[in-house]
Design a binder for this molecule. Structure first.
Ligand SMILES: *Cc1c(COP(=O)(O)O)cnc(C)c1O
Length: 222
């Protein structure tokens, strides 16, 4: 019952308005089912093949979130059922999601990923690249995607000040984006930030969606 207990611990202290994405990547269906039986319905995966296999074999009322780096050639596999794509990091990817969503007869909810960490390896727009993309306005012609907010990952560091600074910078940009491009759009309301080791700081900085894996399911065996 470890998973159930871990889950309850996190949910018990979650403020109103903050939702938990249980990140189940690399963990088997049995682990997901334990969390499901404890009431969890939102799960996050970062590999297309793994997500597809789990979606096919697990209960249909699970809300699947794709949280990883998405390649354009794989968009078509998840678009028919995915509930939220967290990692849109280029206009090209957004346009491909739109195209496949139109084919599937859906409107797919998406978050724009911003690069807020100091590490160079993480994906995402810079603030300026994102401003430029939103200013160009072509995204508004994509009627089968819905931009619902932003996502970011802080640096993988023990420096709490650094983490706070990065989360706050994303929150500030979120407010700017809401004001400048989404003032009349109530759907633009999600700020996806915070993982097992930093979700408290993320919540303090305004997160509405935390993505927690190892603190629920234990360490992953890569
Ligand atoms: C794996 C992953 C998480 C969860 O990480 P934990 O440290 O296990 O909580 C969150 N977000 C993204 C994008 C991930 O890839």
């Amino acid at each position: 019952m470890t998973i159930t207990n871990n889950l309850k611990q996190i949910l018990d202290e979650l403020p109103q308005g903050v939702k938990l994405v249980a990140v189940s990547k690399f963990h088997p269906n049995e682990a997901i089912l334990e969390a499901y039986q404890a009431g969890q319905r939102i799960f996050g995966e970062s590999k297309v093949q793994e997500l597809s296999a789990k979606h096919d074999s697990l209960p249909k009322d699970i809300e699947w979130h794709f949280i990883g780096h998405l390649q354009t050639n794989k968009v078509k596999y998840i678009v028919p059922y995915v509930s939220l794509i967290h990692g849109i990091d280029s206009f090209k990817l957004l346009a491909e999601v739109n195209k496949q969503a139109a084919k599937a007869g859906r409107t797919v909810r998406c978050l724009l990923q911003l690069h807020i960490a100091q590490e160079e390896t993480k994906f995402g727009f810079s603030f300026d690249e994102c401003r430029q993309m939103l200013d160009e306005g072509q995204w508004q012609t994509l009627t089968n995607v819905k931009l619902c907010g932003l996502m970011g990952m802080a640096s993988n560091t023990d420096n709490a000040e650094q983490i706070d600074k990065e989360f706050c910078s994303l929150h500030t940009f979120f407010e700017e984006a809401k004001q400048r491009w989404f003032a009349n759009d109530d759907s633009f309301k999600e700020l996806s930030m915070g993982m097992s080791h930093d979700y408290h700081a993320a919540i303090a900085a305004g997160s509405t969606l935390i993505r927690v894996g190892s603190k629920i399911f234990g360490e992953r065996n890569y």
